[in-house]
Design a protein around this ligand. Structure first.
Ligand SMILES: Nc1nc2c(c(=O)[nH]1)N[C@H]1C(S)=C(S)[C@@H](COP(=O)(O)O)O[C@H]1N2
Ligand SMILES: [Mo]
Length: 221
């Protein structure tokens, strides 16, 4: 490892350490619950107009020529899609809000991509499949209940505001699960693994909530 890598590594570790401390201290918690049909802003959130970039500091460069999406685990029909096969699937366009656990919310993001439901319909989950782990090309993982992953507004997106998703935001393709905090939406998605038993991901083993519903303020726990 050269000196630069070392410095980046230290910064990243500091960031991870401070977020673990936030989780232990329950930082930003208001103790409120709220309902999406009554309020637009979940408890403890504030609206931002920009789109912050958050990740582990390594932003993998995955050209669409090398991009593959694997759907495996407890499925009848394991998939390995290349870019052309992915883009040939039915395309959905949706406008949804982003809620990040660090308390910013960004309204009205226009996504284009493939509905997770359509992907799952191809792979056909076995009856015992109840959880999903999403993997990113940077080694990131995050877990969620299959029911949340399969929500009708959950997508694997390749475009934002009609333009290809940028690398810093997880391009060429990332998961977007609008009903959960944004750490549940894996950038640079490489693999969707279906499981019978839950398996906590990167932030979930570091004190973040296992489900992460912003309306119930499930930040940590
Ligand atoms: N592959 C990968 N996905 C990831 C992350 C990451 O580090 N790696 N960070 C998560 C976190 S903590 C957040 S808040 C969002 C940030 O997405 P953005 O940078 O597009 O705002 O991505 C999530 N998905
Ligand atoms: Mo985050």
């Amino acid at each position: 490892m050269d000196r630069d890598d070392n410095v980046t590594g230290q910064i990243r570790q500091k960031l991870v350490d401070s977020k673990e401390r936030w989780a232990r201290e329950g930082r930003l918690l208001t103790g409120r619950e709220s309902r999406p049909d009554i309020e637009r802003l979940p408890p403890g959130q504030r609206e931002v107009k920009t789109w912050p970039v958050l990740d582990l500091g390594m932003q993998p460069d995955v050209p669409t020529s090398r991009w593959r999406l694997v759907v495996d685990g407890l499925v009848e029909e394991p998939l390995e899609l290349d870019w052309a096969a992915f883009m040939a699937l039915p395309q959905a366009e949706l406008v949804t809000d982003i809620h990040c656990v660090t308390a910013w919310t960004r309204y009205d993001n226009r996504w284009t991509g493939v509905a997770t439901r359509d992907l799952l319909a191809l792979a056909r989950p076995r009856p015992e499949a109840r959880y999903v782990v999403c993997h990113g090309h940077d080694g990131y993982t995050t877990n969620l209940p299959l029911s949340k992953f399969a929500a009708e507004d959950a997508l694997i997106v390749h475009s934002w505001e009609g333009k290809p998703l940028t690398r810093e935001h997880g391009g060429p393709a990332r998961v977007v699960v609008p009903q959960l905090y944004f750490w549940k939406s894996a950038k640079w998605v490489s693999r969707i693994e279906l499981l019978a038993e839950d398996r906590p991901g990167f932030w979930e083993v570091r004190g973040y909530h296992n489900v992460g519903d912003p309306w119930r303020e499930e930040r940590y726990g």
